[in-house]
Design a protein around this ligand. Structure first.
Ligand code: ZN
Length: 458
């Protein structure tokens, strides 16, 4: 089946003008549906996709949420049931835009100079189009399947309460699978345009909110006392601002930095080697050089960032308390209570208390996904076929994704933005003039299609 599929595939692509590639036209259509969240309105995507999937024999479920216009879309292509399903999950919502900073309409799906432009081109409507097209192709080619293939277009990944955690709580049977793909790792191109490495995320950092509270005497501002809550909070925040958590490498991040060592040029290549070593002085030096990049800085450690301040209520009253919210981003397995104790020790002021917003919060239940599954191995193999010479490595995703709903139930999830990108493309994600190249979409569709054939064809 695989060989026949591949031959047919090449013929089909060569016969088409690049901008008529079905993934490109689907992406342009989906970008034109403004699903900026809030409010999301992901139901628009469900309405667009439903007739196309039904026409090819998929069982389609549109799961409405209590919020009008917000829905999840699920399409299932039946296999013979001898293996458990494989699921492809893509969020259909996007973050909003600063329209005046774009040079083109972010919701027009412009195809120009070899790129598709628009909000979501990378995150994650591009991936939605690649996943959808790969799954639709299985049906078009009538590939006999040993397992169901489930495609999910989700609501509320970028914010809101009716996300995949909500969906899993109410409709788990519809999205239960042996393993799944979603967003996460990267296919990184070098300056010469060749893909250097492919990272497949097998774990996400977790996001935990904490509150720093300083207390003092609430009194008339004409008679200030030495125990001002606002001054105490300011001192505490100043201490945190110059504090850095230790480098903590897990086997997962160690392997990733070893890959960076092999695919980078000096002097960074040397730092990437030293960061995985045992020489503490060299690790510190490497950390300083590597952590100039905020993404790599975040992969090396638990991070904390102040996000909200709250103090005072009128001009002639010294308030009795002042608060800052800090957002902790924790490595897999880290207990948030330990980090709270660490920060409390850094602040070292009995007037100031650090606590978790949710005191019951513990280490994330979403364990890293195994690299020893048929899906990981197939994706790794097909990435190497599609991008000869590229390294493939598992990866810790620096942010949170929709994967928690599955990983916390023991279902492995592998994250990838399924198209080669370069540094320039990456800065536009969640930014302005977001774009993805047509050739990258084509390559991504081939890679994902062949991966599905490998794990699901009979
Ligand atoms: Zn995303």
């Amino acid at each position: 089946m695989l060989a026949i599929g591949l031959l047919g595939l090449e013929g089909g692509v060569e016969g088409q003008a690049a901008d008529q590639h079905p993934t490109v036209s689907l992406l342009a259509e989906v970008i034109r549906l403004d699903t900026s969240n809030p409010p999301g309105r992901e139901g628009l995507v469900a309405e667009l996709l439903a007739p196309r999937f039904r026409a090819l024999g998929f069982e389609v479920d549109i799961i409405p949420t209590p919020e009008p216009g917000k829905a999840h879309f699920i399409a299932r292509l039946r296999g013979d049931g001898s293996k458990r399903p494989v699921l492809l999950a893509a969020h259909a919502d996007v973050v909003g835009v600063e329209r005046e900073k774009w040079t083109l309409d972010p919701f027009s799906g412009v195809v120009r100079d070899g790129f598709v432009f628009g909000r979501g081109a990378l995150d994650f409507k591009g991936g939605l189009a690649v996943f959808a097209q790969a799954v639709l192709r299985l049906a078009e080619r009538r590939v006999p399947l040993s397992r169901d293939v489930i495609f999910l277009a989700e609501a509320d990944e970028e914010g809101g309460r009716y996300n995949t955690t909500w969906l899993a709580g109410s409709h788990w049977a519809k999205i239960d699978a042996e393993f799944a793909l979603n967003e996460g790792g990267w296919i990184i191109k070098g300056a010469d345009g060749r893909v250097k490495y492919v990272s497949i995320s097998t774990a996400d950092k977790s996001s935990v909110p904490a509150i720093v509270t300083a207390r003092g005497t609430s009194t008339h501002s004409s008679m200030p006392r030495p125990d001002s809550a606002i001054f105490a909070l300011s001192r505490a925040m100043a201490r945190l601002s110059t504090y850095e958590t230790e480098v903590q490498l897990s086997p997962l991040t160690r392997g990733f930095f070893e890959t960076l060592h092999r695919t980078s040029d000096p002097p960074l290549a040397t730092h990437f080697r030293n960061i995985t070593g045992n020489n503490r002085e060299r690790v510190r030096e490497a950390d300083r050089a590597i952590s100039v990049d905020p993404l790599l800085h975040a992969l090396l450690r638990n991070t904390f960032a102040p996000v909200l301040l709250n103090a005072g209520f009128r001009g002639n009253v010294i308030p009795g308390s002042a608060q800052a919210t800090i957002n902790l981003r924790l490595l897999p397995g880290v207990d948030p209570h330990d980090v709270v104790r660490e920060l409390q020790g850094v602040i070292a002021d009995p007037q100031v208390e650090v606590r978790l917003v949710n005191p019951q919060a513990g280490p994330s239940k979403a364990l890293p996904s195994s690299q020893f599954t048929d899906l990981y191995r197939a994706l790794e193999r097909e990435a190497k076929v599609e991008f000869p010479g590229a390294e493939v490595t598992p990866y810790l995703f620096q942010a949170g994704t929709d994967a928690g709903a599955w990983r916390s139930r023991g279902v492995p999830v592998y994250g990838i933005y399924p198209y080669p990108i370069d540094a320039e493309d990456l800065t536009r994600m969640h930014g302005n003039d977001e774009r993805v190249s047509i050739e990258s979409l084509r390559q991504g569709t081939e890679m994902i299609y062949r991966t599905l054939v490998a794990v699901a064809a009979r």
